[in-house]
Structure formats: structure tokens, C-alpha cells
Ligand binder design. Structure first.
Ligand code: CP
Length: 311
């Protein structure tokens, strides 16, 4: 099952066939994870470093769990507790870790393109766990697996990506993936949080009215306001944002159909999503998190280059 790239740097770079291979392998690993013994020997003798230069809960924990389920040895690197604080460069840091006979790198970094830079300088396979405002490929893959489980298809599905699209690597990876798989995509939110180029350049619908966006879609993938990436707030206040763009139960009940609610996490409850929606019957947010382990097992297994059956 050859993939078209050595690294998983972004969904933009990989083919529809690659996406299908990863999703079908993730489906197989989900079956493995239902068994009483969830561990398989697929990556025994392989060592993976989880290199996190930015905070994370879901991505970091699920990569580590995926590595353990595959019997790989894992090293966890946190920039805050490392010699990066003494001025060591990214390349020196990685080369020093690789000299300890580490085989694969999972990397999250605040700089867009950091994993692409690394890929030019090292031989080990790299999986991008989120780079700046660029891409978060494994998030898009786990979102795709979650939507496929719900609807049995991606082709023709109407997906609205709602909120702070401007600063969201989740949005970009989802758009690339959904368009490659034949879904219809809309980005919705305040004009200040949607890049002007996006509609035409990426062939997505743009909608500034939340109710119209919700009425159009089968799935609403709601995004967090990423204040940490905004030099100055791009809307007047969180309360006003909630009034105009917060997804509430009342709003969902006003639609003439049921839609599925997704969110990559972490949720700002009462800002982009009310609690009774996040925890409500149409939410698949925890399914997304569950699917993160199987998708990351698939990505690690496939990009390791090991030709061993997942089962
Ligand atoms: N979805 C996501 O990337 O969450 P974390 O930042 O907690 O990893």
C-alpha cells in the first residue's frame, strides 16, 4: 500500500488515493481497538518522538496512545521543558534526538511550515501534528473518518466550517480533504475571520450569516476563536461573537432538519458553542476524539514504511 509521499506534512500534498488508504487502515485499527487486547506488534522496534513546541491535549495524548498500541517506543518532547529555552535551534534539537536512533518524528509547531523545513534536512519520516495556521492533517483525517461513520460517504456531503477560519489549520486541512473527496464546503463566520482569498482560490462557499450556514449544511464543524494567534481581537467582544456566531440549541431547533455538530477542541463553551449543543444528541465531538487514536495509528503505521499487516 504505497503512499505518494514520505512524510505526512499536509492534506494539500497527498492524493485522494492516499486519503482512502489512511482511512481504510484507520477503520481496520478501529476494529483492533474494540478487542480485549488492543495492542499489536506492528511498530515493535520503532522509536517515535512526539515533538511538541505548542500546547496540546487531544493530539499529543492520542499520538502517544497510538504509538503504544502499535508497540513502538515513544519519547515525549515538550519545548517548554527543553534546551530550546537555552537557545537551541529546531534543527539542532531534532538532529540530537535522531542521533539517539529515533525513527519517526511527530511534530507540532507554532510556525507554519516548520515540519516542511525539517523534511528538507532529515531522513526520518515526519507527521505534522499542526503547524501554525497552515495544516493539521491528522485532525482532518479523523474528522473525515467521523463523518464517514455517520453518513457512509463524504461525496456530496455539505460541510460548513464555522468561526475563526482565518487562524485555523483545522479549517484548511478539512477544506483540502473534503474537496478532494467530493464534498461541498462552506466557510462561515464574521468577515474579519474569513480570508478574502478563500472562496475563489479554494472553491468553497462563503457565508457571513450563521443561520443560513446552518440551514444549508449536513455537518457544522465549529471552530474555536484562536485569540493566541490574533495580535488584536478581530471582533468586538466574546459576548458579541456568541450573540452573532454562537451555535445554540435554540438556533438548531429553528432549522427544519437535524445537522451533525463537530468541533476539533478545545471548546470555548458559551462562545462558539453552547454546552447543550456540545453535549447534545447531534454532537459527535467525542467520536472525533476516539477516532483520533485509530487515525494516528494508521498514519504512524503507513508512514513508518513497515510492510506488516495491521492485524
Ligand atoms: N484538536 C486539537 O488539535 O486539539 P489539541 O490542541 O488539544 O491537540
Amino acid at each position: 500500500m504505497a503512499l505518494s509521499t514520505q512524510h505526512l506534512l499536509g492534506i494539500k500534498d497527498i492524493s485522494k488515493k492516499d486519503i482512502e488508504i489512511i482511512l481504510s487502515t484507520a477503520h481496520q485499527f478501529k476494529e483492533v481497538l474494540q478487542r480485549p487486547v488492543k495492542k499489536v506488534p506492528s511498530l515493535r522496534d520503532l522509536t517515535v518522538v512526539n515533538l511538541f513546541f505548542e500546547n496540546s491535549t487531544r493530539t499529543r495524548m492520542s499520538f502517544e496512545l497510538a504509538e503504544k498500541r502499535l508497540s513502538a517506543d515513544t519519547l515525549n518532547f515538550s519545548a517548554a521543558a527543553s534546551s530550546v529555552k537555552k537557545g537551541e535551534t529546531l534543527l539542532d534539537t531534532v538532529n540530537n534526538i535522531l542521533s539517539m536512533k529515533v525513527d519517526m518524528v511527530v511534530m507540532r509547531h507554532s510556525a507554519s511550515g516548520a515540519p516542511h523545513f525539517l523534511a528538507k534536512h532529515i531522513n526520518a519520516a515526519i507527521i505534522n501534528a499542526g503547524d501554525g495556521i497552515n495544516e493539521h492533517p491528522t485532525q482532518a483525517l479523523l474528522d473525515a473518518l467521523s463523518m464517514t461513520e455517520k453518513f457512509n460517504k463524504l461525496e456530496g456531503l455539505k460541510v460548513a466550517i464555522i468561526g475563526d477560519v482565518m487562524h485555523s489549520r483545522v479549517a484548511l486541512s478539512n477544506i483540502y480533504l473534503l474537496k478532494k473527496m467530493g464534498a461541498e464546503v462552506m466557510v462561515a463566520g464574521p468577515p474579519t475571520l474569513i480570508p478574502k482569498y478563500m472562496g475563489q482560490a479554494l472553491d468553497v462557499r462563503v457565508e457571513y450569516n450563521l443561520k443560513k450556514a446552518l440551514a444549508w449544511c449536513d455537518v457544522a464543524n465549529v471552530l474555536r476563536i484562536q485569540l493566541e494567534r490574533q495580535n488584536q481581537p478581530l471582533f468586538s467582544s466574546l459576548r458579541e461573537y456568541n450573540l452573532a456566531y454562537g451555535v445554540s440549541r435554540k438556533l438548531l431547533e429553528s432549522l427544519d432538519k437535524e445537522i451533525v455538530i463537530m468541533h476539533p477542541g478545545p471548546i470555548n463553551r458559551g462562545v462558539e458553542l453552547d454546552s447543550d449543543v456540545a453535549d447534545g444528541p447531534f454532537s459527535i465531538i467525542l467520536n472525533q476524539v476516539e477516532n483520533g487514536v485509530a487515525v494516528r495509528m494508521a498514519a504512524l503505521y503507513l508512514y513508518s514504511g513497515k510492510d506488516i499487516s495491521p492485524s
